[in-house]
Ligand binder design. Sequence first.
Ligand code: ZN
Ligand code: ZN
Length: 444
Amino acid sequence: MTTKKELKDSVCQAIDRNAERIIGLGERIRRQPELGFKEFKTARLAEETFGELGLKPRSGLALTGVRAEVAGVKDGPTFALLGELDGLVVAGHPIADPETGAAHACGHNAQMAGLLGAAMGLCEARAFEHLAGRVVFFAVPAEEYGDVEWRVQQARAGRLEFLGGKPELLRLGHFDDVDLAMMIHTTSQPDMKKAGVAASNNGCLVKTVRYIGRASHAGGAPHMGINALYAANIGLSAINAIRETFRDEDSIRVHPIITHGGSQVNVIPADVRLETYVRGKTVEAILDANVRVDRALKAGALALGAQVEIETLPGYLPLFNHEGMAKYFLANASTQLGADNITQMGHRSGSTDMGDLSHVMPTLHPYLGGASGTGHGADFTITDPKLAYIENAKQLALMAVDMLWDDAQAAKEIIGAFKPRLTRDAYLTFQRGINKTELFDGAK
Ligand SMILES: [Zn+2]
Ligand SMILES: [Zn+2]
């Protein structure tokens, strides 16, 4: 008779036996960074690896997602283990893709190594002979919400509706049979120690903004033009001016970029484009800040007599980590890494589409170390492959054993007591309700 501890040990041993392969996958993905919804090479690698384990993955889900599943010996809940496929554009990253600028500056390559390693460990140790329910191994696209113009084009062409991976997978029903979900994000922040769980993360809205002016000769006849760049400058200044009205406890973050600043230098700019997020701790705080941001943006158009078109897109909902799942993770991390190397934190101001999942099912999004440099920075790199890749695999696999052991008792308890913040239908309705395009004419 195998005990839970023996099963956990044998899963970890199987992962250790595959350590070289798992590290190899993590490094290979680090060197082939791809942007969200275009992670074709990484998705193929996931598909092949699942196939080699005897699984039958489905691919092309929300364009690039790959999902494989294994059932235990008895019916029970379905636990999804996730790895995010995508990188993001970070200027000056030393191993960015020379064509797209994509780089693994958020460590998602470690998530993929962890996901594939967990599948290896659980399959090779024949863990499913001792578990109930099912594990879904899910390589998911496009957590980084960027490349917005391209994604909007895809949406117009009907290839996407939502512009982030998990919202799109939720919409398409690929989480309909999933009862609880987990992934582990890599971190370079020393305050997260070797492993940590935060209570919550910001959610966000995404905005594209276009100032429309009138082109004219910049030297000969600037008085005939309407300078959309100056209108945008005033809009940006106005956003900076309202920052002091944001309450600390709402954790608002507004960080616009200019994606198009003019056509050529001797022409008064007539088309200037911005993108921004409006992030916050609660949906109410985000919506409140969004009204102020819209007003600030309009001020720029008003000052110059330009027009501004403000498109508001659904982003990600705030993340609430499930406390019950966190307890199991912290116990495993403590056993593996030592109690002194584990921490719990309050609110974090970044956003993730795990937040969307956390509104409809028990969800856990802890951190593991193993990286150094600045997240989303050019110096972000994996410095401890054992912690970033191998431990990620072990922690996912250990949670699968915890959740589905003994007739999936733990998973059943967690699911039974969970009150979703939104039903899946209400989630889709809410996100669709965010979509809005407004044209403000500052000349009227
Ligand atoms: Zn990121
Ligand atoms: Zn990330």
